[in-house]
Design a protein around this ligand. Structure first.
Ligand SMILES: [Zn+2]
Ligand SMILES: [Zn+2]
Ligand SMILES: [Zn+2]
Length: 77
């Protein structure tokens, strides 16, 4: 994945950018209960609440039903 800060290319499963060290796995946590989410799921496996979807290009949090990422402008798959 691409680091949203420095645009360095990192491994898809990296949790930190290898160039600038910023956390790439940010958001892999339920915002409601703080439980760690390891797989891309739509609902928290711990509390069952809906999780925000992330852009596959920049990992920015997407708004609900967004067709395009508000952070990088790429089409949401
Ligand atoms: Zn970086
Ligand atoms: Zn939760
Ligand atoms: Zn994006």
């Amino acid at each position: 994945m691409i680091c949203p800060k420095c645009m360095a290319t990192n491994d898809a499963d990296a949790d930190k950018c290898r160039r600038c060290g910023c956390p790439l796995g940010a958001g892999n946590k339920c915002p409601h209960c703080g439980s760690k989410i390891s797989t891309p799921v739509k609902f928290c496996t711990n509390c069952g609440k809906k999780l925000p979807e992330k852009c596959s290009y920049c990992s920015g949090i997407l708004t609900e039903n967004a067709k395009f990422c508000i952070h990088c402008g790429k089409k949401v798959k």
